[in-house]
Write a protein that binds this ligand. Structure first.
Ligand code: HEC
Ligand code: HEC
Length: 342
């Protein structure tokens, strides 16, 4: 077996030498890069394929540049915070604050969402006003209470840093531009795919869930709770905008449409890695999963709530079962994946 692997490896090497006639020294690097590319763009079983925009197909050099930018405070006006300040890999790219301050401790207004499987969202932010990941990047860079900077000046700054000059040239064949900056960061974000939780392993027949989690799954998918009417599909959201019975005074989607029928409507969030993304809701005011389920069990508290929300009459042990099911969506492999870490 071992010898056969080596033999195949040699055949592949010889083939590549003939094909590209580059020096032997470069070959292992090419093979290694192809492996990493395949790994980064692979989609778990049962997931839809990811649509890369026409003007931004995946390349490894773009992804490397995007990853470096994601962790670099260079994008904030005073070099104090990076994307990862609010989107931490160990917390499934969310953070543990209700709202997080931007530069100069300017208070944030909303809870930082997880970037788990963000490639699949048809629009971005909680009211859905931003059509692409590329465009979303302008928001944190320009927002007064996030990076408080400006994309043109950010590019000028990056043009002074040799490593960025080289990486940008490598990835785009140009100097740093707003186009390159947004394409690179979006390429990194599109690879943040989580699909190896105990729930996924259970679906593939590779592991089994506890009986409590299984009971919770049945309840979650039942007409008794209606959870899966909104949190549906492999990413546990239908991406619709709903009023889930919690009104903090934030007008939600109405901010965008100016239609009072959209008052306090928010994009249905994915529930993948939900255990790690506490606190919950658009303002982070729910501090545990139990608190969230208690809210639904009471039928929600806003007059303008979605008609799907009614008092559920769940027992304590049923609430525990739903929580155990939600915890089975925690993907340890995703949060410990070295590819995604600084
Ligand atoms: C100060 C904290 C903070 C920083 C820094 C920050 N974000 Fe965010 N991010 C948020 C918050 C809060 C939201 C939700 C905004 C809303 O819905 O109104 C958000 C939303 C997003 C979304 C949309 C997610 C969705 O479900 O629609 C993406 C993508 C994103 N951020 C990526 C980034 C990137 C890339 C950077 C760095 C360029 C960054 N963020 C920097 C706090 C932050
Ligand atoms: C009518 C649609 C709808 C139904 C039904 C529904 N949800 Fe939600 N859920 C939402 C919306 C919308 C939000 C986001 C609200 C916000 O951001 O303030 C949400 C938020 C959540 C959150 C917090 C997510 C986060 O990242 O902050 C959890 C957990 C959750 N729901 C679980 C459930 C469970 C469990 C059920 C069934 C008992 C359920 N939901 C039923 C629409 C729904």
């Amino acid at each position: 077996m071992y010898n056969k692997d080596i033999f195949n490896r040699i055949i592949l090497l010889v083939g590549l030498v003939l094909l590209f006639s580059c020096s032997k020294k470069d070959l292992p690097a090419i093979i290694e890069n192809e492996d990493i590319e395949a790994e980064l763009t692979r989609v778990p079983e049962g997931f839809e394929s990811i649509l890369y925009p026409e003007d931004n197909p995946f390349t490894l050099s773009k992804w490397e540049l995007g990853k470096k930018l994601f962790y670099d405070p260079v994008l904030s006006v005073d070099f104090s915070i990076s994307c990862a300040t609010c989107h931490k890999p160990e917390l499934a790219f969310s953070d543990d604050q209700a709202t997080t301050n931007g530069v100069e401790n300017r208070p944030g207004t909303r809870n930082s969402p997880s970037l788990t499987n963000v490639a699949y969202h048809p629009y971005y932010t909680r009211e859905g006003g931003v059509p692409t990941l590329e465009m979303q990047i302008l928001i944190p860079i320009q927002e007064h209470n996030e990076f408080g900077f400006n994309i043109v000046e950010a590019c000028e700054r990056l043009k002074e840093i040799t490593e960025y000059v080289e990486m940008t040239e490598d990835a785009f064949g140009t100097e740093m531009t707003p186009f390159a900056l947004t394409r690179a960061l979006a390429t990194f974000e599109r690879t943040l795919i989580s699909g190896n939780s105990p729930y996924d392993l259970h679906n593939r027949g590779d592991a089994s869930l506890s009986s409590s989690a299984l009971k919770g799954m049945t309840l979650f998918n039942s007409s008794k709770t209606n959870c899966s009417s909104c949190h549906s599909g492999f990413n546990f959201t239908d991406y619709s905008f709903r009023n889930n019975g919690y009104d903090s005074g934030d007008i939600g989607r109405m901010r965008l449409t100016l239609d009072s029928a959209d008052y306090a409507h928010f994009k249905v969030p994915s529930l993948r890695n939900i255990e790690l993304t506490v606190p919950y809701m658009h303002d982070g005011s729910f501090s545990s999963l139990r608190e969230v389920i208690n809210h639904y069990n009471a039928g929600g508290s806003s007059d303008l709530k979605d008609p799907l929300l009614q008092p559920l009459g769940l027992s304590d042990s049923e609430i525990g079962d739903i929580i155990n099911f939600l915890k089975s969506l925690t993907d340890q492999e995703f949060i410990s994946n070295k590819n995604f870490q600084e």
